[in-house]
Design a binder for this molecule. Structure first.
Ligand SMILES: [Zn+2]
Length: 244
C-alpha cells in the first residue's frame, strides 16, 4: 500500500484511491444498503457514469443464495424453504432485498456437489426461488468473466471498485457479510438449529474457496483490504490453492 490520493472522476465523483502493489489502483466508494454476489463482471449502476463500476452493496459468494447454502451445509435437517425464510427475513430486517442472479458460478459449484450440500437440495432452492414465493431482487451482470484477483474488504462504511473496468476482481465485503451471517445464525439457533455464527462464517469461507478452485486460475492472488483503520491497509491473503 502506498499513498492515498483524491482523484477526480467525471460528474464530480471523488474517489479515494487505494493501490495494491502488483495488481491495480482501486477506488474507495461508500457502502450502500443492499446485497450482491461477489461476481466480478460489471453492472451499470449509475447511468450518469458512462463506464461501469461496482456499486457499494455488500457482496459475497452467491449473495443471498450463498447465505442459504452455508446454512444448508451446516444443518442437514433444516428444510430448504426454512433456510430461505431465515435469510430472507434477516435481509428484510436490515432494510435490504434478497438478491440473486442467473448463471451464478457459486450456485453452479454447489450444484456440482462441491459445497457439502446435496445437488437435490440446491435444485430445490433454485426451484423455490424461481417460484416467486418470496420477492427477489435480480441482479444482471454484463460482459465476460475476467477476474484477476479476490479482494476481501473489511469495513462497514466503505468498499472498493475498479477504477479501470479491465481490472476486474471478485469482491467479498467480509465485515458486512459476517454481520449478516451472525444474525442469520442466531435466528437459526433460536429455532433449534445447531448452527453458530462462527460455524456459519467458516462454512461459507470453505464453500467460496471451493468455488474459486473451480472457477479461477491457480495462484490467483487474494488481498485483504482493511478500510476500517485510520489509513487503508492492504495485506496479502495468499493465493487460491490448487484443487485437491
Ligand atoms: Zn454469483
Amino acid at each position: 500500500m502506498r499513498e492515498i490520493e483524491i482523484i477526480k472522476r467525471p460528474k464530480s465523483h471523488h474517489f479515494q484511491k487505494v493501490t495494491i502493489d502488483g495488481f491495480a489502483d482501486l477506488g474507495i466508494t461508500p457502502a450502500i444498503k443492499g446485497v450482491g454476489c461477489m461476481d466480478g463482471r460489471l453492472k451499470l449502476t449509475n447511468p450518469d457514469i458512462k463506464r461501469p463500476i461496482y456499486s457499494g452493496e455488500a457482496r459475497w459468494g452467491g449473495g443471498s443464495p450463498g447465505a442459504v447454502g452455508a446454512l444448508l451445509a451446516l444443518d442437514k435437517k433444516l428444510p430448504v424453504k426454512h433456510a430461505i425464510k431465515i435469510v430472507n427475513e434477516q435481509t428484510k430486517k436490515e432494510g435490504k432485498e434478497f438478491t440473486a442472479h442467473k448463471h451464478c458460478g457459486h450456485v453452479r459449484t454447489a450444484l456440482n456437489g462441491e459445497h457439502d450440500i446435496s445437488p437435490e437440495k440446491v435444485n430445490n432452492m433454485i426451484s423455490y426461488l424461481k417460484d416467486g414465493k418470496i420477492k427477489i431482487k435480480k441482479d444482471k451482470y454484463v460482459g465476460d468473466h475476467g477476474e484477476k484477483a479476490i479482494i476481501n474488504v473489511f469495513s462497514r462504511t466503505n468498499t472498493v471498485t475498479p477504477l479501470d473496468p479491465d481490472d476486474q476482481f471478485f469482491r467479498q465485503d467480509i465485515t458486512r457479510r459476517n454481520d449478516h451471517l451472525t444474525e442469520v445464525a442466531k435466528k437459526a439457533q433460536s429455532l433449534g438449529s445447531p448452527v453458530t455464527p462462527e460455524k456459519l462464517v467458516k462454512k461459507i469461507d470453505e464453500q467460496v474457496m471451493n468455488t474459486f478452485r473451480a472457477l479461477v486460475k491457480e495462484k490467483t492472488p487474494i488481498y485483504n483490504i482493511h478500510l476500517d483503520r485510520p489509513v487503508p491497509v492492504v495485506e496479502s491473503g495468499g493465493f487460491v490453492a490448487p484443487r485437491r
